[in-house]
Design a protein around this ligand. Structure first.
Ligand code: CAA
Length: 398
């Protein structure tokens, strides 16, 4: 195959708030055994967004990072898609703000896609189609979400916030991508009525819908290559163990799924355990986790292809829709993955108290943005004001 026929991820970048809640503090405040959160659900920290940090700010920061690291000019981006289920407007796309903040040219197709946690994946699939036209150069797809379930809800320990920006091109430097199978079914597992600020969730049923979708997507394959990384949408790491226990036996019914999980899945769950669920970005955060740890735990990146023939990427959006993609690591994958540095950013975060976390809930519920709200200390953008119902975004320090 000619290199220009290969389409996929040239690069990806992750951005998340620089403050987090430790779930041992949440467990103590809710009078729950911390092991339920840390082991039963598998999450240790939840990223907490400030009032000045909405999905536009998270997306713009991730988008800026991916373009700068890839050395690609905003002028060369001809398609900008934001996947989000935490949009700040029912009509004006999040992408319109991000397009402006990143200085992308007017000759760009700019829109949002909403399909619960699968929105950005559908954006990636649209970008793969768009790149088949040789006139088109770069597509930027950004997943950006703030997952909030409300104080004392069952979903509270799975909250999180963050964005993942994906730059797609022909002859990509990181990962080629293709769609293998797809799945859709109308279900009421998780939804957000227009007049509600928190989702309605049928928790246990949602996990069953997720597992059914994965069974169907993997079941559609003639053969599953067990020597691959298996990267799943990760609302919380325990669910990924539960789904992989089922998918692994499709590779070989005598497989020791726990051993296979440790070898081919576990690395991809580590960032989610420290950020929480970021809905549309969750699958792609798991890919970043797999790449960063594959790189740091190998002595010879050129040998990755011996350890892993490639990866499967399973995306799930409640409601519900799912897609299974296949990725192959490109020869230059390590140079691109070396720039991720998510672990470094995670270590630099500030741990907030339960009181600060609960104040952030009140700020969100009251939609308060006032002079006492501090600026984010990382990133380049903030929501500075809401004037005459218009959101005003500025560069930090400008
Ligand atoms: N020590 C160790 N483990 C413990 C424990 C303890 N002291 N106490 C409980 N546990 C374990 C339980 O045994 C259980 O493990 P298993 O699943 O292996 O049985 C686990 O902790 C969770 O406990 P519960 O079953 O009591 O669960 P819960 O009622 O607290 O709800 C949840 C858990 C359904 C995930 C809830 O947090 C929720 O509704 N989350 C939001 C919905 C969600 O994330 N759904 C995922 C699929 S939908 C999707 O993927 C889209 C999306 O992103 C939202």
């Amino acid at each position: 195959m000619n290199n220009t026929d290969v389409i996929g991820l040239d690069h990806l970048a992750v951005y998340f708030p620089d403050q987090y809640l430790d779930l041992t503090d949440l467990a103590a405040a809710r009078n729950i055994d911390a092991k339920k959160y840390l082991v039963g659900i598998g999450i240790h920290n939840a990223a907490v967004a400030m009032p000045s940090e909405d999905v536009v700010v998270l997306a713009a920061n991730a988008g800026l990072k991916v373009l700068q690291e890839a050395g690609v000019s905003p002028e060369d981006v001809g398609m900008l898609v934001i996947g989000t289920e935490s949009a700040v407007d029912k009509s004006k796309p999040t992408a319109a703000h991000v397009h402006d903040l990143l200085g992308i040219s007017t000759s760009c197709r700019t829109y949002d896609i909403v399909h619960a946690c699968a929105g950005a994946t559908y954006g990636v699939l649209a970008a793969l189609d768009w790149l088949h036209n040789p006139k088109n150069k770069y597509a930027l797809v950004i997943a950006s979400d703030i997952a909030r379930y409300g104080k004392e809800s069952l979903g509270e320990p799975t909250q999180g916030a963050g964005a993942v920006a994906m730059l797609l091109s022909r002859n990509p430097r990181l990962l080629s991508l293709e769609e293998l199978s797809t799945y859709s079914r109308q279900v009421w597992d998780f939804w957000k009525p227009l007049d509600k600020i928190y989702p309605i969730v049928d928790g246990l049923y949602s996990t069953q819908c997720y597992i059914d979708a994965a069974n169907s997507c993997f079941g559609a394959l003639e053969k599953i290559n067990g020597n691959s990384a298996f990267i799943y949408h990760t609302p919380y790491p325990k669910l990924v163990q539960q789904v992989h226990a089922r998918i692994a036996v499709m590779i070989d019914e005598k497989i020791d799924w726990k051993q296979h999980f440790v070898a081919k899945v576990e690395r991809s769950c580590r960032f989610s355990a420290r950020i929480g669920n970021i809905y549309t970005g969750s699958l792609w955060l798991s890919l970043a986790s797999q790449l960063e740890f594959s790189l740091s735990e190998t002595t010879d990146p050129t040998k990755l292809k011996e350890d892993l023939d490639g990866c499967y990427l399973f995306s799930y959006g409640s409601g519900c829709g799912a897609a299974l993609l296949r990725g192959e690591f490109r020869d230059t994958w390590a140079e691109m993955a070396d720039q991720l540095k998510v672990e470094q950013a995670l270590s630099a975060r500030r741990r907030i108290s339960i009181e600060e976390y609960e104040k952030s809930i009140i700020d969100y519920e009251n939609m308060s943005l006032n002079d006492s709200c501090p600026d984010p200390t990382s990133g380049q953008f903030k929501l500075a004001a809401i004037e005459s119902e218009k959101r005003v975004y500025t560069r930090i320090g400008v």
